[in-house]
Design a protein around this ligand. Structure first.
Ligand SMILES: *[C@@H]1O[C@H](CO)[C@@H](O)[C@H](O)[C@H]1NC(C)=O
Ligand SMILES: *[C@@H]1O[C@H](CO)[C@@H](O)[C@H](O)[C@H]1NC(C)=O
Length: 266
């Protein structure tokens, strides 16, 4: 609760003009620290056709997400928590969130049944659209994983994340290649925090690189499969791993939701 209050307090102080959903904070924080998807470079057009921008009102980027199929988008729970469907507009098929390839609207928001229970766990949500997405060269679904990520796997993060902690989103989609950090190591790095559990996956490259605000909910892809959804960390790129929802861990929940079954898996 304390971390969340700190987060809200800083957000109020530092709310940028182009305000998007904060990546969740962990631990102490300094506003001098900066980084976006840094070390990080601009993604080529069509590099991540599964990437979407979630916008509360069209024209204001809030969070990232990824296309699972014609009707379903995956994102972080904190990106859509307490939102009505009208606040989740989905922009597809573009490297510039302000220049939509397509705009889709939300019919239903499905938070994970154990979202934030315990705190910072199960930070994953599915969004069902009112209409089928039209696929094209710049708009494609991403496959779900068929195995857990292993050490040595390359993971690519994409997003419009801020250039500095609490900054606004960048205009052009960025990409960054990251490595996998085994959960036991990551858990030790974060001093056995209860905010980390079996549903998380950690990524890291080096200090100065990592996800930042406005990257929340965005995709991490390895070998053509969606392996993570941006969750939390110590912003931004300050030498700690970033912590993501482990998509492989949530496969049963994702599949049951998409097939219309409401069972709670965790
Ligand atoms: C939407 O896509 C699904 C899956 O391809 C298809 O079965 C369905 O007919 C489509 N609906 C419309 C309205 O096009
Ligand atoms: C873990 O604890 C050590 C020692 O107190 C501290 O230096 C380090 O920053 C902590 N790690 C995190 C992620 O807070």
């Amino acid at each position: 609760m304390q971390l969340l209050c700190l987060n809200l307090f800083l957000l109020l102080l530092l709310q940028p003009p182009n305000f998007c959903q904060s990546k969740r904070l962990f631990g102490p924080h300094s506003t001098e620290l900066s980084g976006r998807i840094k070390g990080g470079e601009e993604a080529e057009i069509g590099f991540a056709p599964y990437q979407v921008s979630l916008q509360r009102t069209v024209g204001s980027h809030n969070c990232g997400g990824a296309i699972l199929n014609e009707k379903w988008i995956i994102t972080a729970g904190h990106c859509v928590e307490n939102f009505t469907p009208a606040l989740v507009n989905v922009i597809t098929g573009t490297n510039k969130w302000a220049e939509p390839g397509g705009i889709y609207y939300t019919e239903e928001i499905h938070m994970h049944c154990m979202y934030d229970q315990p705190y910072m766990h199960n930070d994953i949500a599915l969004v069902k659209l009112t209409q089928n997405i039209t696929f094209n060269e710049l708009t494609q679904p991403i496959d779900l994983p068929n195995r857990p990520v292993r050490s040595g796997d390359e993971i690519v993060l994409t997003g419009w994340g801020a250039e500095e902690a609490y900054g606004g989103s960048v205009e052009n989609l960025q990409k960054l290649t990251l490595g996998f950090v085994p959960l036991d190591e990551c858990y030790d790095i974060f001093n056995q925090t209860s905010s980390m559990g079996v549903g998380h996956i950690c990524t890291f490259s080096r200090e100065g690189e990592g996800s930042c605000h406005c990257d929340s909910g965005g995709p991490l892809v390895s070998n053509g499969h969606l392996v993570g959804v941006v969750n939390w960390g110590r912003p931004c790129g300050v030498g700690f791993p970033d912590v993501q929802a482990n998509v492989y861990y949530y496969l049963d929940w994702i599949r049951s939701k998409i097939s219309g079954n409401d069972r709670c898996y965790y």
